[in-house]
Design a protein around this ligand. Structure first.
Ligand code: MN
Length: 235
């Protein structure tokens, strides 16, 4: 049987001009039985259409900030590096995958891409704009969970992880402010910060604010997200 091909978006190192992706994303897809394909940004729509037609699912990986113009804001002084080429590619690909009904998993920056592409907004810097929030940029190594999230009952996320509360890692300084219309919030940290969203209907479109790719080796819930993506891509 043909194995599901999972396109994984990459980041650009501008200083030395190379594209890169952490090995843990590749490993997460591989251990779940999928074929990882790393995607550099494409700038024209026809190229994106060809790419979306060939992959079975899209994994929007973690990375830098989004351009605030995309959600109608000027740059907050705590905004960090962003890459308009990556923003345009990921938003374009997400829309095509929605049109094609193919599965999408957004991780960290990826959940933010999903939200902004569908009309939602972001906190450009959680610590500055929500100073009472928990620590969401942990000092501990990436593989260690540092805060908990409550999972919405009867969501796709709940069915995948099989739990209503998860311990997750946290390596973000931005987060969803206003969820996009058409997205259901599926996970929250104790301070109310949104940590999960999904499309409520047929389409397999999920975003998580934490980093399951850094945890799948020792965390069943994290591994199950990759398995669910690959399974949905093969269905
Ligand atoms: Mn967090």
């Amino acid at each position: 049987m043909a194995r599901a091909c999972i396109g994984i978006t990459t980041a650009h190192n501008a200083e030395q001009d190379y594209y890169y992706c952490r090995n843990t994303y590749v490993g997460g897809v591989r251990q779940a039985g999928g074929v990882p394909l790393l995607l550099p940004p494409l700038t024209d729509r026809e190229a994106m259409l060809s790419c979306a037609g060939k992959i079975d699912a899209l994994l929007l990986s973690g990375g830098g900030d989004l351009q605030p113009f995309l959600f109608g804001e000027e740059p907050h002084w705590k905004l960090e590096e962003f890459d308009p080429e990556r923003d345009d590619f990921e938003i374009g690909m997400l829309r095509l995958m929605i049109d094609l009904g193919k599965p999408v998993l957004g991780i960290c920056r990826g959940i933010q891409v999903i939200n902004v592409a569908l009309g939602g907004t972001l906190y450009q810097d959680l610590a500055a704009q929500q100073p009472q929030s928990l620590q969401h940029r942990q000092g501990a190594a990436r593989r260690y969970p540092t805060h908990s999230v409550a999972v919405r009952q009867s969501s796709k996320l709940a069915a995948i992880v099989g739990m209503d509360k998860l311990q997750v890692n946290s390596l973000h300084h931005q987060s969803i402010k206003e969820p996009a219309p058409g997205l259901q919030v599926t996970a929250w940290a104790e301070d109310g910060v949104i940590e999960g969203v999904e499309a409520p209907g047929q389409h397999w479109l999920l975003g998580v604010q934490w980093h399951p790719e850094a945890m799948w080796e020792h965390d069943q819930a994290a591994a199950s997200l990759f398995s669910a993506l690959v399974h949905a891509a093969g269905a």
